[in-house]
Each structure stands twice: as structure tokens, then as C-alpha cells.
Design a protein around this ligand. Sequence first.
Ligand code: APR
Length: 245
Amino acid sequence: MTRPSGDSAIFILTGAGISAESGVETFRDKGGIWSKVRLEDVATPEGFARDPDKVHAFYNARRAGLSSALPNPAHRALARLERDFPGRLTLVTQNIDDLHERAGSNDVVHMHGELSRSLCGHCGAKADASAALSTATACHACGREGGMRPDVVWFGEMPYRMDEIYERLVEADLFVSIGTSGAVYPAAGFVAEARSAGIRTLELNLEPSEGTFLFDEARHGPATALVPAFVEAVLAGVPAAGRPR
Ligand code: APR
């Protein structure tokens, strides 16, 4: 990449790995969330219909834990990139935490929703949800109880803002995947979309992801080391990706 100009565009996808060093659990690493609880029970509409109290307890515990997590240097580096990069930056996250925002990123696309928001199953109204939710939580809009859920996209549901995401993906000069296992679609398919559009691709991850072979370049290590170095290089105009592996 030559010195970044106003007409260059970077598309960044983040996953649970970028928040790991903030103490937020990932899903598929050893000892991860899905090794402790069945995703069918807590991350599907069927699981919610079967046992809403179990689902509320799962997300209430994660929401409560989030308040003690702090953004790490990787989150802060992406906030710096948003501030100082003269081109167009798109930051899409699979994460439902608010660490990108608390690090200073303002334009974050939460394709899997947000733990800090609620969604009424009766009327579709959304609201901030800083406190615990339960089946007794009444909707601020329709007043009904029993339908409130975290505004989180579950398996089998359509992620948010996908049209916008694909529009911005195909306009990018560089696609960067940070801290994701590449196990869940549609996010796992973004790298193939980027390649077919002739876009350079870079993986920054602790270890090779399931789709690592699809990337022009892959750098492996902790996000708190890789992401600040990547941002430093981009802002200095150093070629950021595409060196043959
Ligand atoms: N630095 C960089 N990468 C890391 C770090 C770290 N410190 N720690 C872990 N990783 C990497 C792991 O190697 C793994 O490849 O982050 C990735 C985390 O993978 P997952 O746990 O599968 O999380 P993610 O890819 O975000 O999951 C995608 O699946 O369960 C659903 O909705 C959930 O959004 C989630 C989606």
C-alpha cells in the first residue's frame, strides 16, 4: 500500500480473539464458552423458547462480566486507525461486547448485535440494556413482558446490516481479519468474497484460522502485538499486506 490517501479503503473484521486479552472469553479456544455450555441451549431461538431463564442467565452473566473488562491495545489501535487513516475504514465486528466503542471507535458495525442492547420479541423495539434482563422485563414501547431478549443474533438468524457490509467489502483495497476462527458464516465467507473481488487479504490471529489458506498473508500472535504494529505500518504508508507467503 502506498502512503494512504483519501481514496483508499480498508475493511476490518474482528472476532472474539481481539477481546481475549481484555479477559473476555472466546468461543472455540480450549476452555472456551462452547466447551462449557451448549450453543443450542443459549444461542438459538429454539433454546430461548425452550428455557428463556437459562438464556437470560447466560447473557446477564456475560453482560455483568463486561463491566470489568477494559479495551486493550488492539482495540485502541483500531480506534487510532479510524481517527488518523485518511481513507475509508470499515470496522465490522462479530463481537457483542462494547470494547471497540470504549476504546474510541465510533463507527462499529455489530453484525451479531450487542450485549448492551435489548430487543422486544413482541414488537421489535430496541433499547439500551445495562441491567439484567428477564422474562419479567417489560418492553418500554409495547409494555408487554415475556418477550424481552438480548439484541444478539443467534444461530439460524440473519446477521445485521449485511447489505451494507457486502457493499463496503467489495469497495475495499484491503481486507483484514483479526481474532476470528473463521468457523461461522457469513463472516467466515468474507475472505473468499474479498479474494474474488481482487482485494488483498491479511489475517492477524493467534493461530491459523480455518480459512487461513485463503489469505494473501497471515501473521500469527497476540492481537495486542499484531494490531498496533499493523496500524503503525498502515499510517506510515508501509505495504500492509499481500507479500507472498
Ligand atoms: N490474539 C489474537 N487472536 C486470538 C487471541 C489473541 N490474544 N486469543 C484467541 N485468538 C483467536 C483464536 O485463535 C481463534 O482463532 O481468536 C479466534 C477466536 O475464535 P472463536 O472463539 O471461534 O470466536 P469467533 O471467531 O469470534 O466466533 C465467531 O461464533 O459463536 C459464534 O456468535 C459467536 O461471534 C461469534 C462467532
